[in-house]
Ligand binder design. Structure first.
Ligand code: HMG
Length: 389
């Protein structure tokens, strides 16, 4: 029985900044951000969009009545959790009207947890083939103003419905994963901002990639010639290029040219959004499937997931015939092109805003949100209130 991605939705807040303008204000050559880092725009989350509301918005894009009845597991992958106890999955389950006899849980391991969620979903569906599972990867990447990580911030969510006989991507069981306790990037409980050893994090990412890939080759007896395209965790698009270069260093000209040929479509959305942590690999997959040329039936895509701290995994999937009919290309292009550009001053104000860290009630400005969008409308008596505009 094939198990995999049957639907995939995406949401990002409706405001962004232009990277060249950020560079000018920071006194940096704009080419460093647009070429050196490889980012054009950066999504900014107003206070009324958090990991829960963004995930609900991504899920609402794809859920229909049949899905709502069949989903019995909601897995919420994030490192931007909003409560130490209650999982974001419970709010999303409610906000999206999924039938009540379901499990709902939140998973954390930096940018890796949506991949763990996919693996759990596959185990669940293999035991219960009639079930569907909603997997969410949702985050706000925040390093702070004037930090080295600032050009690699972003915000957004990917929602995937996993099922038997999927219509988009059948996922193989050919994974190799790896864990090592390192301090390349982390966010202590007291901090709204991530801490990062930037250069070390780049090296750790590449070390994980090389090691899991070499083991994967041994275990699966596959090599680059078996892959039509590769997708990577994309903290910024230049990192995706470094990853691709590392894997194709000793490849044949034919393999290298084919795999490099898919790089631009596979980062087209990431370039306009920035890092969305847990969802970044799946935003790259979405970008490849929507913005790349139509892939042949059963073309194999290799996927590398990396979450600092660190866990990495390489696995693969094959595209299903007619998958294009199930993509929401026009909607995603419209989502990105209808956003409002913020001035750098507006962005700086938003980035420094935070919900009260005490018991104060708060009512949030939700004016900008589009109709039908889920927003965090306030916090009252320590309870977060979400509403659909
Ligand atoms: P930096 O020190 O500002 O930048 O840090 P740099 O000096 O290394 O320059 C970056 C690139 O721009 C270099 O290219 C420069 O040559 C180039 P590279 O050598 O890398 O190919 N450059 C220029 N290019 C054109 N014209 C110019 C110019 N000037 C310079 N004028 C860094 C960059 C990414 C380290 C920083 O932004 C950072 O710390 N970001 C956050 C950490 C991060 O994203 N790490 C990625 C790997 S870890 C990961 O992916 C996990 C993560 O998603 C978290 C999770 O798992 O939850 C982060």
């Amino acid at each position: 029985m094939e198990i995999g991605i049957d639907k995939i939705g995406f949401y990002t807040p409706d405001v962004f900044i232009d990277m060249e303008k950020l560079a000018e204000v920071r006194g940096v050559d704009p080419a460093k951000y647009t070429i050196g880092i490889g980012q054009e725009k950066q999504a900014v989350a107003p206070l009324s969009q958090d990991a829960v509301s963004m995930a609900a918005n991504a899920a609402l894009e794809v859920l229909d009545e049949e899905d709502r009845e069949a989903i019995d597991f909601v897995l919420f992958g994030t490192e931007s959790g909003v409560d130490h106890s209650k999982s974001g999955a419970v709010w999303v389950h409610h906000l999206t009207d999924i039938q009540k006899y379901a499990r709902s849980v939140e998973l954390k391991q930096a940018c890796y947890s949506a991949t763990a969620a996919i693996k759990m979903a596959m185990g669940h569906i293999s035991l219960h083939p009639e079930s569907k599972v909603l997997v969410l990867g949702t985050d706000i990447a925040k390093y702070g103003l004037n930090t080295g990580g600032e050009p690699t911030q972003g915000a957004g969510a990917v929602a995937m419905i996993l099922s038997a006989n999927p219509r988009i991507l059948a996922i193989d069981t050919d994974s190799v994963s790896m864990t090592e306790d390192i301090s390349d990037f982390w966010r202590p409980l007291h901090s709204d901002y991530a801490y990062v050893d930037g250069k070390f994090s780049n090296q750790a990412y590449l070390n994980f990639l090389t090691e899991v890939w070499n083991r994967y080759k041994e275990k699966s007896q596959r090599d680059l010639s078996d892959f039509e395209a590769l997708c990577f965790h994309v903290p910024y698009t230049k990192m995706g290029k470094k990853a691709l270069k590392a894997l194709t260093e000793n490849a044949s000209e034919e393999d290298a040219a084919r795999l490099m040929g898919y790089y631009e479509p596979s980062v087209f959305y990431n370039k306009q959004v920035g890092n969305i942590y847990t969802g970044s690999l799946y935003l790259s997959l979405l970008s490849l499937l929507e913005q790349g040329p139509e892939l042949a039936e059963n073309a194999r895509i290799g996927l590398f997931s990396y979450g600092s701290g660190a866990v990495g995994e390489f696995f693969s999937g094959t595209v299903k015939p007619g998958y294009r009919e199930h993509m929401l290309k026009e909607e995603h292009e419209a989502l990105l092109s209808n956003r409002r550009e913020l001035t750098i001053e507006e962005y700086e104000n938003i980035l420094q805003q935070a919900l009260p860290k005490d018991e104060t009630d708060v009512e949030l400005d939700t004016q900008e949100a589009a109709a039908g969008t889920v927003v965090l409308s306030g916090v009252h008596s320590n309870v977060r209130n979400y509403t659909k505009k």
